[in-house]
Design a protein around this ligand. Sequence first.
Ligand code: CAA
Length: 258
Amino acid sequence: DDAYETVVVERRGRTALLTLNRPAALNALNLQVMNEVVAATEALDRDPECGCIVITGSPKAFAAGADIKEMRPQGYLDMYLADWFAAWDRLGQLRTPTVAAVSGYALGGGCELAMLCDILLAADTAVFGQPEIRLGVIPGIGGSQRLTRAVGKAKAMELVLTGRTMDATEAERAGLVSRVVPADDLVPEALAVAETVAGMSLPVAMMAKEAVARAFETTLAEGVRFERRLFHAVFATADQKEGMSAFTEKRPAAFRHR
Ligand code: CAA
């Protein structure tokens, strides 16, 4: 969309590719980037023709963090009254599935942005970390919570307290990313994953996303109850009939709601 200066949005059939485009600052996430990413993804989220959103950066940097130069002069009241970073929460509230395609640096806010996405694919060049402590601050877009849930206390504590980064292999072993691919294949592979997701029933994909996301919010018993309600609900869709009929008739499913 021409209205954005720091992100480029390209529609590709039923998927969308959002590329962070602030190369002079390694895609540092200032408030303009935040507002444009959130506005662009919320617009895609409202579009029933869009079944999956890929977010990527450049080969060198997915994003090198929140913008240090923008934050440096701020005081407590500035941060509090602006509710600094609150808009990022809306990215986690999207109903459309999202894929982060991470190449190069994903540090601080960059790592947090990647963790706000549903599927996280990494290039073999990816570098993850929460180095805020070296700047005299702590993560502010959910890193202390999402990294801990993703990789466990042991590794999260070490990364957050020392600022050490981890490479793609370590990130995959730790469970932060679903897969590592050669850097040249990253965006095509992410788009292929997005295409696959977008080929499913959109409401069913939304419910699947909601169910997995609920695992981060609640107890096991409540989460299983939530899943069971949604599982029963999908039987109200034409796409359940189509998916199960297609299997029985040995043909590919052609979902209606996508
Ligand atoms: N904020 C603002 N500008 C940044 C930036 C950031 N997070 N990261 C990089 N840049 C800028 C640099 O200042 C530099 O600009 P100039 O050319 O005008 O000096 C430009 O991007 C290129 O960066 P480098 O010259 O440093 O590139 P490099 O290849 O030598 O190093 C790097 C790359 C190791 C990623 C290094 O840029 C770096 O350490 N960046 C900061 C990483 C960081 O600390 N991130 C956490 C930020 S705090 C945060 O994110 C809070 C939160 O929880 C939300």
